[in-house]
Design a protein around this ligand. Sequence first.
Ligand SMILES: [Zn+2]
Ligand SMILES: [Zn+2]
Ligand SMILES: [Zn+2]
Length: 75
Amino acid sequence: LRCHDKMGIPICGACRRPIEERVVTALGKNWHVEHFVCAKCEKPFLGHRHYEKKGLAYCEIHYHQLFGNLCFVCN
Ligand SMILES: [Zn+2]
Ligand SMILES: [Zn+2]
Ligand SMILES: [Zn+2]
């Protein structure tokens, strides 16, 4: 018998609770919109663009601060 709770309902990579509303898929995991945050300032992206580096997500400001030489927006 399969548990239907574990089938098809995404689990948030931050709080480990099921996501019943909007799901953010990033870094190979699912996240609540408000739990998918910048690894540096911990602000949620809320649908704004994020930047991934070494398995972590960053907001534009901190991605540029930390990896500015690798910017693919303005090259
Ligand atoms: Zn969550
Ligand atoms: Zn940030
Ligand atoms: Zn840039």
